[in-house]
Write a protein that binds this ligand. Sequence first.
Ligand SMILES: Cc1cc2nc3c(=O)[nH]c(=O)nc-3n(C[C@H](O)[C@H](O)[C@H](O)COP(=O)(O)OP(=O)(O)OC[C@H]3O[C@@H](n4cnc5c(N)ncnc54)[C@H](O)[C@@H]3O)c2cc1C
Length: 409
Amino acid sequence: MAEFTMELNDEQKEVRDWIHGFAADVIRPAAAEWDEREETPWPVIQEAAKVGIYSLDFYAQQYFDPTGLGIPMAMEELFWGDAGIALSIVGTGLAAVGVLANGTEEQIGTWIPQMYGDANDVKVAAFCSSEPDAGSDVASMRTRAVYDEAKDEWVINGTKTWATNGGIANVHVVVAVVDSELGSKGHASFIVPLGTPGLSQGQKFKKHGIRASHTAEVVLENVRVPGSCLLGGKEKLDERLARARERAKAGGGERLKNAAMATFEASRPAVGAMAVGTARAAYEVALDYAKTREQFGRPIIDNQGVAFQLADMRTSIDAARLLVWRASWMAVSGKQFTSAEGSMSKLFASETAKKVTGQAIQILGGNGYTREYPVERMHRDAAIYTIFEGTSEIQRLVIARTLSGMPIR
Ligand SMILES: Cc1cc2nc3c(=O)[nH]c(=O)nc-3n(C[C@H](O)[C@H](O)[C@H](O)COP(=O)(O)OP(=O)(O)OC[C@H]3O[C@@H](n4cnc5c(N)ncnc54)[C@H](O)[C@@H]3O)c2cc1C
């Protein structure tokens, strides 16, 4: 029987402590400033690049941790530091994964270095899928990419929204419809370098939380990119579309859907880990405060009403982490997500973060409600986890459909 342990090995502990040190010494002290400025924290990203945390190598090392815990550990520690700054540091990874998953070796070698730049000249990348009328309902995407065979170029038109790093990225990965008959199976991803005529930033959103992370619309007007910018190449796309048409004819769409679902199940625990980081940060502030703040001549934690809240907060955080670790371990071990365990972890961790950060405000009383203390920021930040990478309702839909096998709407 395979050995089972929940003890991190020495190497993992070392990496975790190193990331935690960066989060505590560099990210946390900068959090309030960049939240107020509502701007990308370029100097912090640069610091992360200098120590090696802002790089593809860093993610590759965590990703290939055979226990599956590398990525959730890294996410928890960075987001413990601050969610907005951490998203500015890991946001490029979303676009990089898009290229790694679908790109050719040449595309990976050409574009990923341009996404990160180097420590003296850091760059960021954006992944642009969501649209004003295609959020949860990805299949209703309207952005079109049409092939101009004579010039071997793709012409892209449409408006993307909510793009993290949209408009300021050195490289945009844009998802567009190439065959409208095939729903989400007729989508393809394209590289659009900054400065390509026709690509512009629309409105930059003024947000409730994660304000150090830049979120904007990206407008594409007759954007022309060479054939080499289609991720995976034309031949592979044509083969994939042909297979999808065959399957659609034979009523085999389910298998394709299952492949896409498995990808989401494997990526959602990472968002769950971000939520665990934010929840843990708020819980720690609340615990310290409850032990030192005195009312009625004794620390407020002496009251069961406060102590029990802290007990519940910590229990939920640990439960969330366990769900995240289970799903991450399943992904790396090639297990089937027969109960949508990845979605479960994201759902529970994100709802936990929202609840726990709210409880932390309550425990800090009036101070919790001010910007003098970090928990109000953490509460604003936590709200994003139940929205992006699939809302809580969509997670419940996925879990319910997976458990029941019924087409629940
Ligand atoms: C800060 C931020 C950063 C983001 N970064 C990116 C990014 O980098 N790239 C990118 O492509 N996208 C990004 N997104 C977009 C994000 O993924 C979407 O906002 C999300 O998928 C929800 O889509 P929507 O906002 O259109 O909400 P809608 O889909 O309109 O949903 C509105 C409400 O209706 C509910 N709902 C919808 N359908 C159902 C249903 N079938 N059953 C039950 N309830 C339902 C939802 O749960 C939600 O409560 C980002 C969003 C934000 C806010």
